[in-house]
Design a protein around this ligand. Structure first.
Ligand code: IVH
Length: 715
């Protein structure tokens, strides 16, 4: 009898009748419905990462399954999801002989060794191949496993052991949700060994260690040890609590049965004619396959993949220690065969070590664009993370204290992917006797001015502003940079000379540089001088957002500059809002905070910048040498430019009626109020405005007249 399809809600709503507590068709149907639903949603959650029902529904389904199997124990078959909670504890692991040995891989540590691998293959293969098709996969850092399915049902799971014999960890592996207990579909051989890696994602590792720490137990050093430890549990109920994952990367022994039911060993280890197709088949059966896998043509593309994954490594949510590169074609794999315990057709590219030790020659203080003094450790050069490192930032005073670092110390340098090198730790046992702690500077190392340190803050700052050549150089480098004014050709070396020669005392001086001044700089030909002048000229027409960004206001990055430009539409309005609030700065800061991305600290930096007459003068000078942009018409594109703002109208309007102005403001999202308060953003003052204007002035609120309103919002 075919059971009618029930929805989850129907299944959950229909309690098990007492008459069902027997092994009959009804209970069998209900059981298989539950199994099917649980398997589907388990696969969606753990393999596809695309759950569609709430966890609580899943838990209820699972509970029903357990209840049903408790009343009718015959239903608890070896492929029932109830197996995932663990079974009776073992007293030892039995051993399993792999029908096909579990091999290891040869290693390569750099591009040359990968190229040599490719050459070895080409020399060996009879076909003339220009670019071998390779398949690249992350080398997961976990425990290798071989899982045998017979008739599509998980039969045995074993560790690699010595490659030919491993331990039987079936009950433990069955608790791993990403391992199918039953293969999906019906297109599978009679017997198949699925090979893969069992690992613990970083989040699960952290959680597990935290729980161990809370219970006062020993923690694991890394996710791999934690995964291995979890699989070595004789009590699979403990394994069931560990959030292990299994990622399939290949197949081992395969046996097919023919139409008469006679068994045949398949072509050794091949499910199809290519490795990539075999992985697709594994995915169809319900296995999790790592999403970073990629088919490439030729070793150069494989090398690029290794580089890209090296850079991505630190952002992955699980540990990998390299890349496995495999020949994709099974026919070529077969031609290549094996050497001792490793296939000739695959290689493991191992990531360069991310940590290495070296000594600190000196600690220097570098002055940045905003005057912050950053301590930098000058190192005896060391090869780490694939490059030679001779500087490592120590960030700030707090970091120096945390590390307890001194010149001449031996330190561990860490460089993960393309992240800047860090001092990971100091090996205090190797500290030479008589070493002195770092003395914090009281003068700027570049200009000798006093430094300031706000109490409680970790940052020491040079107080000279752009009078300090180091700050000026950085400010100019920022000003000309691609995302700012984008003035081509002004490299760091040129800017250093321009500041050192005192040709440039502020950004505006760039525009009065002469051909002869530029041509006189070190290593700069006449032609390049002309190019620089042309680039300066070409950059004069810019955008408001770029211009704001190029000013280098503290903590105003590209995104914030853009938000400021869009919110105010013109630099005049931005400055007006700050200047009008000079005495009572409250409303200007509040206005700024309303803009996306701007918090009180950034708002304060913006306020201070535009409240400083020196900066306003610089802006004026830059505009007078021809820097220009188009203001942003606030009533276009920015549909709700004024949302959340309160505006007030006062005095007599000439060209528009009050209602028209009100309607326009409301269409831009503003609220129009009858009285001025601290919450008012802007007052539109018509002729003969009286007390509201006085009030707005007293509160430092932006005041514009009717003409300004029309220019900004109507024209
Ligand atoms: S293929 C014959 N693919 O690396 C090829 N191995 O020495 C056998 N590993 O312990 C392995 N990720 O468990 C392959 N994507 C991957 C892998 C991978 C990790 C482990 C494997 C074994 C070691 C190979």
């Amino acid at each position: 009898m075919v059971s009618p399809k029930l929805t989850i809600a129907e299944i959950l709503a229909a309690p098990l009748a007492s008459s069902d507590a027997a092994f009959n068709t009804n209970t069998r149907n209900r059981h298989s419905q539950l199994v099917e639903l649980i398997n589907t949603h388990n696969h969606r959650y753990h393999v596809l990462d695309a759950p569609i029902i709430p966890d609580s529904d899943y838990d209820k389904l699972f509970r029903q399954l357990l209840d049903l199997e408790e009343s009718v124990p015959q239903l608890a078959t070896v492929d029932s999801p109830s197996q995932r909670v663990g079974a009776t504890a073992l007293d030892h692991f039995s051993s399993v002989t792999h029908k096909l040995a579990m091999l290891s891989l040869d290693n390569a540590f750099n591009d040359e060794e990968l190229a040599a691998f490719d050459k070895r293959l080409k020399d060996r293969l009879t076909d003339e191949l220009v670019n071998i098709e390779y398949f690249c996969e992350p080398k997961l850092d976990g425990v290798a496993v071989s899982i045998t399915y017979i008739d599509g049902i998980l039969h045995t799971a074993a560790t690699r052991g010595d490659g030919s014999q491993g331990e039987n960890i079936t009950t433990n592996v069955k608790t791993i949700n990403s391992v199918p207990l039953k293969l999906q579909g019906d297109n599978f051989p009679y017997r198949v060994e699925v090979r893969g890696e069992i690992y613990l994602p970083d989040a699960g590792f952290k959680k597990m260690n935290q729980a161990a720490q809370d219970r006062g137990e020993k923690t694991f050093v890394n996710p791999r040890n934690a995964a291995a430890g979890s699989l070595r549990q004789l009590d699979s109920k403990i394994t069931a609590t560990r959030p292990l994952m299994m990622s399939a990367y290949g197949v081992g022994y395969i046996e097919y049965s023919d139409q008469q039911g006679v068994l045949h060993a398949g072509p050794k280890g091949y499910l199809s004619d290519s490795h990539s197709k075999s992985l697709s088949q594994l995915a169809e059966w319900g296995f999790f396959i790592n999403p970073e896998i990629k088919a490439v043509k030729g070793i150069d593309q494989a090398i690029e993949y290794c580089q890209a994954l090296t850079n991505k490594r630190s952002s992955l949510t699980y540990e990998i220690d390299g890349v496995v590169i495999k020949v994709d074609s099974c026919a070529l794999q077969q031609q290549l065969g094996f050497v001792s315990r490793a296939p000739r057709w695959a290689i493991a590219y191992k990531f360069p070590a991310e940590e290495a030790s070296t000594t600190i020659n000196a600690i220097e203080w570098q002055v940045g664009r905003t005057g912050a003094l950053t301590p930098v450790a000058k190192l005896a050069p060391v090869f780490v993370g694939g490059v030679t490192v001779s500087n490592a930032t120590l960030h700030n005073v707090d970091e120096i204290t945390r590390l307890d670092v001194r010149p001449d110390d031996t330190v561990v340098i860490r460089r993960a992917g393309d992240v800047i090198p860090q001092v990971a730790k100091v090996i205090h046992d190797l500290r030479p006797s008589g070493s002195e702690p770092i003395v914090l500077p009281i003068h700027c190392p570049e200009c000798g001015s006093d430094v300031s340190r706000v109490s409680g803050e970790a940052v020491i700052r040079c107080t000279a502003g752009q009078l300090c050549p180091a700050q000026l150089k950085e400010a100019i480098k920022h000003y000309v940079s691609r995302k700012a004014m984008d003035i081509e050709g002004f490299g760091d070396k040129i800017i250093d000379q321009l500041v050192d020669q005192k040709y440039v005392l502020s950004a505006v001086d760039l525009y009065s540089l002469s051909q002869s001044q530029l041509a006189g700089l070190d290593r700069l030909a006449d032609k390049s001088a002309a190019n620089l002048l042309a680039a300066l000229d070409a950059s004069k027409s810019t955008t408001l957002a770029r211009f704001i960004y190029s000013l280098g206001v503290r903590e105003v990055g590209q995104a914030t500059a853009k938000n400021l430009a869009n919110a105010f539409g013109s630099l005049e309005l931005l400055i007006e809002s700050v200047v009008a609030a000079r005495d009572k700065n409250l409303s200007a800061i509040e206005r700024l905070i309303e803009i996306d991305d701007i918090g009180p600290i950034v708002a304060q930096h913006i306020f201070s910048y535009f409240n400083n007459p020196r900066n306003l003068k610089l802006i004026e000078q830059l505009q007078s040498v021809g820097i220009s942009w188009q203001d942003i018409p606030i009533n276009q594109g920015q549909a709700l430019a004024l949302s959340g703002q309160t505006w007030v109208l006062t005095g007599k309007l000439i060209s528009m009626s009050r209602d028209q102005v009100k309607e326009k403001l409301e269409s831009l999202g503003a609220k129009v109020s009858g009285s001025v308060s601290r919450n008012t953003h802007c007052l539109i003052a018509g002729e003969a405005a009286g007390s509201k204007r006085t009030m707005a002035e007293a509160l430092g609120i932006t005041i514009i007249d009717e003409a300004a309103f029309i220019a900004r919002f109507i024209d």
